[in-house]
Write a protein that binds this ligand. Sequence first.
Ligand SMILES: [Zn+2]
Length: 217
Amino acid sequence: MIQQRKSPIAPASLAGRRTWNGEDVQEALHADQDGKCYLCENFPSVNYQIDHLRSRKNYPEKTYDWANLFLCCSYCNGRKSDGFDDIVSPCDVPCEEIFDIDLKPECKIVEISVRQPDVPGAERTRELLDRLHNGKKRGMRDFREKLFYDELRGAVLDFACCLKEYKDHETQENRAKVAELLKIDKPFLAAKLSLLRSCPALLADFRQETIWNRGQR
Ligand SMILES: [Zn+2]
């Protein structure tokens, strides 16, 4: 989960308050979020849904609120449902600085930890991310949860390989490979940043590539 940035002007169809999932809303969310789910940072392709950050059930007044709408994959949206209305607002805080998402392949878990516990909603967000990454029954993933984990694992291990190559041989070519995987339209950026944090020298080398929505685009 990384900080998000929204187009400043709400899509026109929201103004009529008749639909919150018009084509213009879908297109704007795809463009703003580079086609990625705001929770897991993977690409839902055509299986995307529009999530109400604060659910329609509990916050009906926010149903057509542009600031409340996010592109989400069906997996994350289904597990979030209306039970996590109190997570952090991804446009308001630098999510990637608040959480660490550490892959622990040796014990097949993804350790989610809070780096800034004073941020309102941080603990609830950690609970949601833990549920998404480790399953409802921690460590006993159902098939869908296993697929989710395997995709993250594959991407993070590929990134770790590129980092190692760069660490062993600091060539321009190896640097470019790492930088490519850190572009904002690539998946699982928060987990990649957490891996970089484990090596301060590497983090310093790629600081510019990890600013994402916290800087100018
Ligand atoms: Zn997702």
